[in-house]
Design a protein around this ligand. Structure first.
Ligand SMILES: O=P(O)(O)OC[C@H]1O[C@H](OP(=O)(O)OP(=O)(O)O)[C@H](O)[C@@H]1O
Ligand SMILES: NC(=O)CC[C@H](N)C(=O)O
Ligand SMILES: [Mg+2]
Length: 517
C-alpha cells in the first residue's frame, strides 16, 4: 500500500513542499520503504527529492527547502512490484509530453503486456521494474496521441480514458503536468482510495488530493470528497474539472483498508474507519464462547470483560507487516511490543488483533504473553483467515507464506501457539463496513475468497507473481532460484528481461542524489 498526495496552492509564490511533507508523514503508515516529493516552480521547472527511507529521514528541512513551487505531488512507498531500490521511489517523472509526474497507489496486473506495448509500439524506454513507471508512460503515450502543442482538460480526460482501457488492476493516482495543474484518477473498480478537499486562501482556494482524509483534517481543508471509480479530476489555478472517463464497473474498494491499512481517524468512501473497526469488535464478540485497539475495546465491553493494553508499543518501530523480509518482521515485533507481566500473570487472556497474515505478530506475542505467566492465550482476529494472494497493492503474493493457507482454524492455532483462535466471519466483516455506506456495492475481498474483482487473474498469473515476489525471491535467498524472470512472450523484446525480484535487482537507476550538501 502506498500513500499519495497532491497539493495546489492558490498563491504560487508559497512553496507547497512543506505541507506536502507534513501530509506524507500523516500517510507514513501506508508505506515505509521510500518517499518523495516533486514540486513545480516558476517557468514550469520541476524540483524533486526522493529516496529510500521514512519521511522524516529523506525529507529533512534542507531537502524540503530546495523544493520550490506552489504545487506538487508526494508519495510514500510500500513496494508491490519491482524492487525496493532508490530508482523505484516515487513520484516518477517523464519529460515528454509536457513534463509529467505521477504518484501511484495500487498494483497493475498486466505489466507484461504494457511493457511489450511500450517497447514495440510506443517506443518508450522503461528504466525500472516498477508498474508505476509503466502507468506513467501509458498516461504519457495517451497524452502524446492527442498531438497538441498546448494541452487542455479535454485532452487529459481523453488520455486518462485511454489509460483506463489499457491498464488492468488497482490504481489510485495523483499526477502533475508542469506549469498546468494536478490531476487525480482512480481505477474503474475504485479498489484503492483517493479523495479531494479544499481550503479558502485569500482570493481563491487551495486544493488537496490525498489517499486518506486525515491529511485534509490536519491541514485545515474541508469538503472532503472521494474521487469516484473511473473518474479523473483536474485542478488548475482557474478551477476544477471532473469527469467519469470510463465505462461503469463494480465499485469494490479493498476491505483490508478498513481492517488494517487506513488510519482510524480517516473516512474512506463515506465510511469512518474508526466506526467500522468498532463494529468489527462488536461482530467479533458474537464469535467468542484491533488497528485492533478500537475493536478490542468494543469487544471487551460487549463481553463484559476487562479491557487492558497488555502490550506496550514502541512508537518508533514502524508497521511490521509491511516490512520487506521475514527476519526483519520477526525481529521488529519483539522490538516493537513488550508484554506487561502484571496484566498477564496467571490469567487466561484474549488477544485481539485486526488480522493474522503470516502469523509473525501473533506467534511472537502469544509466546511473550506465555513467557510472562499467561495461563491460556486465545487470539481473536477482526478479519477472517487470509488464504489467497493480493494482487492490488498489498504485498501478499505468496499463499504459502500465509499462516492460514491450507490450514484449518485448529491448525492455525497450533502453528501460532494459541490455545484457541477465533476469526471474524466474512459476512460480518462486510456488514461492519458496509452499514455505514450501503451504496458500496461490494468489496474486494480476494485475500479471503480468492475471487478477483478485475478478472484477468488466473492461476498462471498468480504463479508468476509468486515466483517473482515470494520472500526468498525478494531477499535473493533462493531456494526457488528466482533471479530474473523472463517476460512472457518476450521474443520480440530483443531478449529484454522483465521485472526482476527485489534481492536480485541491482538496478543502479536514474535517481537523484538526495543528500547533496
Ligand atoms: O500476521 P502478520 O504477518 O504478523 O500480520 C498481521 C499483523 O501485522 C499488522 O501489524 P503491524 O505491525 O504491521 O502494524 P500496526 O502497528 O499498525 O498494528 C496487523 O495489525 C497485525 O498485527
Ligand atoms: N503499494 C503500492 O501501492 C505500490 C505501488 C507500486 N505498485 C509500487 O510498487 O511502487
Ligand atoms: Mg498490528
Amino acid at each position: 500500500m502506498c500513500g499519495i498526495l497532491g497539493l495546489l496552492l492558490h498563491d504560487p509564490t508559497i512553496d507547497a513542499a512543506v505541507e506536502i511533507c507534513e501530509g506524507l508523514s500523516l500517510l507514513q503508515h501506508r508505506g515505509q520503504d521510500a518517499c518523495g516529493i516533486v514540486t513545480c516552480g516558476p517557468k514550469g521547472r520541476l524540483y524533486q527529492c526522493k529516496a529510500n527511507g521514512m519521511v522524516r529521514d529523506v525529507l529533512d528541512d534542507k531537502a524540503v527547502g530546495r523544493l520550490i513551487g506552489g504545487m506538487g505531488v508526494g508519495h510514500v512507498r510500500y513496494p508491490t512490484a519491482g524492487g525496493s531500490n532508490h530508482a523505484e521511489a516515487q513520484p516518477f517523472y517523464v519529460n515528454s509530453p509536457y513534463g509529467i509526474v505521477l504518484a501511484h497507489n495500487g498494483n497493475l496486473i498486466n505489466s507484461t503486456t504494457l511493457l511489450q506495448y511500450m517497447d514495440a509500439t510506443a517506443h518508450r524506454h522503461i528504466n525500472t521494474s516498477s508498474d508505476s513507471e509503466l502507468l506513467l508512460n501509458t498516461f504519457a503515450d495517451n497524452l502524446q496521441q492527442t498531438g497538441k502543442f498546448r494541452i487542455n482538460e479535454e485532452d487529459i480526460f481523453t488520455a486518462v480514458g485511454g489509460l483506463m482501457k489499457q491498464c488492468k488492476g488497482a490504481y489510485a493516482c495523483v499526477a502533475m503536468l508542469a506549469g498546468f495543474g494536478i490531476i487525480a484518477f482512480r481505477d474503474p473498480n475504485g479498489i484503492r482510495p483517493v479523495g479531494m478537499a479544499s481550503r479558502r486562501a485569500s482570493t481563491g482556494k487551495d486544493w488537496l488530493f490525498a489517499s486518506e482524509s486525515n491529511v485534509a483534517d490536519a491541514g485545515g481543508f474541508s469538503d472532503w470528497e472521494d474521487v469516484k471509480p473511473g473518474e479523473a479530476i483536474i485542478i488548475t489555478r482557474s478551477g476544477v474539472s471532473r469527469r467519469i472517463v470510463t465505462e461503469p464497473a463494480t465499485f469494490a474498494p479493498d476491505i483490508f483498508e478498513y481492517v488494517y491499512f487506513a488510519r482510524p481517524d480517516s473516512v474512506l468512501d463515506g465510511v469512518s474507519v474508526y466506526r467500522s473497526r468498532m463494529a468489527m469488535g462488536d461482530a467479533l464478540a458474537e464469535e467468542v464462547p484491533d488497528t485492533s485497539r478500537v475493536a478490542a475495546l468494543n469487544l471487551a465491553q460487549k463481553l463484559e470483560l476487562p479491557y487492558r493494553e497488555g502490550f506496550i508499543k514502541n512508537r518508533y518501530i514502524g508497521r511490521t507487516f509491511i516490512m520487506p523480509g521475514q527476519q526483519m518482521r520477526k525481529k521488529s515485533v519483539r522490538k516493537k511490543l513488550n508484554a506487561m507481566a502484571l496484566e498477564f500473570a496467571d490469567k487466561n487472556v484474549l488477544l485481539v488483533d485486526d488480522s493474522i497474515v503470516r502469523g509473525t505478530t501473533s506467534k511472537e506475542i502469544i509466546q511473550m504473553a506465555k513467557d510472562v505467566g499467561a495461563k491460556k492465550v486465545i487470539v481473536a482476529s477482526c478479519a477472517p483467515p487470509i488464504r489467497y494472494s493480493n494482487v492490488y497493492g498489498i504485498d501478499m503474493p505468496s499463499p504459502s507464506e500465509l499462516v492460514a493457507h491450507g490450514r484449518t482454524t485448529e491448525e492455525i492455532a497450533k502453528a501460532i501457539g494459541a490455545d484457541l483462535v477465533i476469526f471474524q466471519k466474512l459476512p460480518d466483516l462486510i456488514a461492519s463496513v458496509r452499514q455505514f455506506n450501503p451504496t458500496i456495492e461490494t468489496f474486494d475481498c480476494s485475500v479471503f475468497t480468492g475471487e478477483y474483482v478485475t478478472g484477468g487473474v488466473d492461476e498462471g498469473y498468480l504463479a508468476y507473481i509468486e515466483s517473482l515476489r515470494n520472500d526468498h525471491a525478494k531477499n535473493g535467498t533462493v531456494p526457488t532460484g528466482v533471479k530474473a524472470v523472463k517476460v512472457k512472450d518476450a521474443n520480440d523484446l530483443n531478449g529484454f528481461s522483465g521485472p526482476v525480484a527485489n534481492g536480485a535487482d541491482d538496478t543502479v537507476g536514474l535517481h537523484n542524489s538526495w543528500n547533496i550538501s
